[in-house]
Design a protein around this ligand. Sequence first.
Ligand code: CTP
Length: 419
Amino acid sequence: MTEKISSPVSKHGIEGRHIVLGLSGGIACYKAAELCRALIKAGATVQVVMTPAAAQFITPVTMQALSGRTIFMSQWDDRTAAGVDNNMAHINLSREADAILVAPASADFMAKLLHGRADELLSLMCLARPIEQVPLILAPAMNREMWIHPATQRNVAQLAADGAHVLGVGAGFQACGEVGDGRMLEPEELLRALDSFFHPKLLAGRRVVVTAGPTFEAIDPVRGLTNRSSGKMGFAIAQAAQMAGAEVTLIAGPVGLPTPDGVTRVDVESAHDMLGAVQLAVPQADVFVACAAVADWTAAHPATQKMKKDGTGAPPALAFKETVDILATVAQSDRAQSGALYCVGFAAESHDLLANAQAKRAKKGVPLLVGNIGPDTFGRDHNALLLVTADGTQALPEAPKQALAHALVAHIANAISVL
Ligand code: CTP
């Protein structure tokens, strides 16, 4: 039985959300312009609300141009807000929001929120929001001394206890010239944090181990065998599992990709190193996703010095041996056999995807095998997957790897919930 689904794209992320983006006064307002663009690019709609202090740092004209909506700055503004003419922007704007994101949230603004003060539109709107339906997310931004001041730390803790989601801060060079903690997170980090916020925590409390990328099998100190896997699919799965609430360990072969937020990364080079790292991590895991394109062969006798041409034109005599099959080894373990560890394999094929994936699922002894056409996807940002289980197959048509990763994580979460 092959069940086709029309689109694997998750509706749980930022796409289609309506965000009220609040700006309080701080130099980090300059990042709010980029954030606004990024939110819209990711498929959200954005209504900007600014405090008068924020307007000292960035003009409402800039934010209007980027959001495509007029800006609200005052509770006395009698324009129609959210289609309602009752002169209550603080009510109307918050009622249609999926979330209020205050970025930057200054020290002063957070102190105000803490006390339930409401002397300008943004704080009034935060106070008047339906607390159960409209989450309030704060992205603090301030000088490092202000950030570590006990008053600020007390306020942050109390705001979190009151139900706000207070994001972390970045470290580094500050506009004041000092160096330390307190910078607002970068627009891209804020976008990912918000996207993650909207994903259901299907894997909360679960531990997931993912392998990704190629391996590199040294022939001598400068040469080796590898393959064209970019690691993008495995990294996307690690990020999606983390967004779904899992504690994720990503065991990565040599790739140049940034570590997904909130994921523990272990870098390895050879299949042998990858096996060792996996064996350390899986005894605590609930899910093992073997996405890496592990080399099947490694040099039997790697040279300790660079091999030189001997002048005869004859190539060197290289001998290879098979690597240990990491996935099959883990799948044979007691925990995997008892169902405590759910194993997911990948099959990178060049042809006959269904037959090869079904055969590989049986050969590896795993409950779920994910097939894809290697040459169509290696190094690219899109892929198409075929999920093969004992019950049948499910095709996930071509989509960005992130979207496929979320769909795969949802499938895994569902499978382990019924075990
Ligand atoms: N795999 C592994 N360890 C290996 C080889 C492969 O863990 N030494 C895992 C991969 O991470 C993937 C799955 O096995 O999840 C299938 O990998 P693939 O290279 O497609 O299959 P092979 O077992 O190598 O079979 P073949 O080369 O015959 O297609």
